[in-house]
Design a protein around this ligand. Structure first.
Ligand SMILES: [Zn+2]
Length: 407
């Protein structure tokens, strides 16, 4: 019997019995934002000072920031109206953000940014969470807030570890992290290869090959862009602009929700067996397009478009879902999965006459390009499963075909 503990996140709408409770939650979130910005300003000063002196800038730890917070709370009396540990908890995030910045060697991670009322505003209850009869206790204020969710609470007996309040488009949400005993996962023995491509995924489980297209969000995306453009034209601080901003934000949220829903559907279908995915890092691919000054990327324009779609597809989120839903997730070497013939194994860039089509130059096998890739991914996963050695070799071949393509 599997007794490991897993964390599940469930998001609820938050309803208030009294409007003053909502105002208090907003004010407490504001206090957390104030603490974040106050400490960040100090850290930025220290950082800049260290830089001008030519010494290693200090990496703030949560402990140090917490000590500074205690001092700040003694000076600023109004902070004492708000719960201690939730407000302090933003500094944990800040310490992590600094660590990520100092650890990063690629130059992609910037210094932590200042919070605004519009961006990244949230309040975390890190401990002592009380949920009774669908209500959550708001400490210091001393009131219960109603949690509402269609379908109710899926794990009412799980232990709540953390709760995060967040206001999205004017409505409060609460995401609760619940520790649950990991359910025994069904494994029907199937092995499915999944090729995640621009705007769609292709799957092959050895019996059926299917392509599942992402929901069509073109109309919503057009709306989002239109609102964004309109907002740029409108006067800052005006009521009209505020109205457009709300509509823009709502449209954006709808796109995100639709995508997430689709990801849940796709991963749900694959929950009963082994899933094989490509070992791709979208971030690295995104970076490669523009290249560097000395070595500008090839075909920048086309790649930029592809990268946009890659980012939008949200592979990371889908992989995470597969990781917790499927009994086993295998990553395989992504080299040449789209250039290799699933029938004879011949690798050639010329076998790909168009984006959608695969036609093997060696054996004449034709297939949808993405389905062909899904078959290759599945086979590599099977090879890895049965210990037939990993197909790491094509790295060299990859460079060869790259050179050919460049010529
Ligand atoms: Zn072939």
């Amino acid at each position: 019997m599997n007794t490991s503990i897993e964390c599940r996140q469930i998001t609820f709408r938050v309803l208030f019995d009294r409007p003053s409770d909502a105002a208090y939650l907003a004010a407490a979130t504001g206090a957390a934002r104030f603490v974040w910005n106050h400490m960040l300003a100090r850290q930025h000063e220290l950082y800049n000072l260290a830089k001008t002196l030519g010494i290693q800038p200090p990496a703030p730890s949560y402990l140090n920031l917490s000590k500074a917070f205690t001092r700040l709370r003694n000076e600023a009396a109004w902070l004492r109206d708000y719960p201690f540990s939730p407000v302090r908890h933003v500094l944990k995030y800040q310490a992590l953000a600094w660590q990520a910045f100092f650890r990063d060697t690629t130059g992609e991670v910037g210094r932590p940014r200042f919070r605004s009322r519009w961006r990244g505003d949230s309040l975390t209850l890190p401990d002592k969470i009380r949920i009774v009869d669908g209500k959550i206790w708001l400490p210091k204020r001393g009131c219960w807030l109603t949690l509402r969710r269609r379908g109710g609470h899926p794990w009412p007996h799980g232990r709540p570890v953390r709760a995060v309040f967040k206001r999205i488009n004017g409505k409060w949400h609460c995401t609760i992290c619940v520790a649950v005993a990991a359910p025994e996962r069904m494994d029907d023995g199937s092995v499915t290869g999944i090729d995640m491509n621009a705007g769609q995924v292709a799957t092959d489980d050895g019996w059926t090959c299917i392509i599942q297209a992402q929901p069509d969000t073109r109309r919503l995306t057009a709306r989002e862009k239109r609102f964004n453009r309109r907002m740029q034209r409108q006067k800052k601080g005006s009521k009209r602009r505020e109205k457009t901003r709300r509509r823009y934000a709502r449209t954006k949220q709808r796109i995100a929700m639709r995508r997430r829903n689709w990801q849940h559907q796709v991963s749900h279908r694959l929950r009963n067996g082994t899933v094989v995915v490509e070992d791709l890092r979208p971030k690295a691919m995104t970076r490669s397009a523009r290249g560097t000054l000395e070595n500008p990327g090839r075909n920048v324009k086309a790649k930029t478009g592809l990268n946009r779609v890659i980012r939008e597809t949200g592979w990371g989120a889908l992989r995470d879902m597969l990781a917790y839903k499927a009994p086993r997730l295998i990553s395989v070497n992504p080299a040449n999965t789209s250039r290799e013939c699933a029938a004879c194994g011949h690798v050639a860039a010329a076998s790909r006459p168009s984006q959608a089509k695969f036609q093997c130059v060696a054996c004449g096998h034709t297939d949808n390009a993405d389905l062909n890739a899904a078959r290759n991914i599945r086979r590599r996963g099977l090879a890895q499963l049965h210990g037939e050695g990993r197909s790491d070799l094509p790295t060299l071949m990859n460079r060869e075909t790259d050179r050919k393509m460049a010529a």
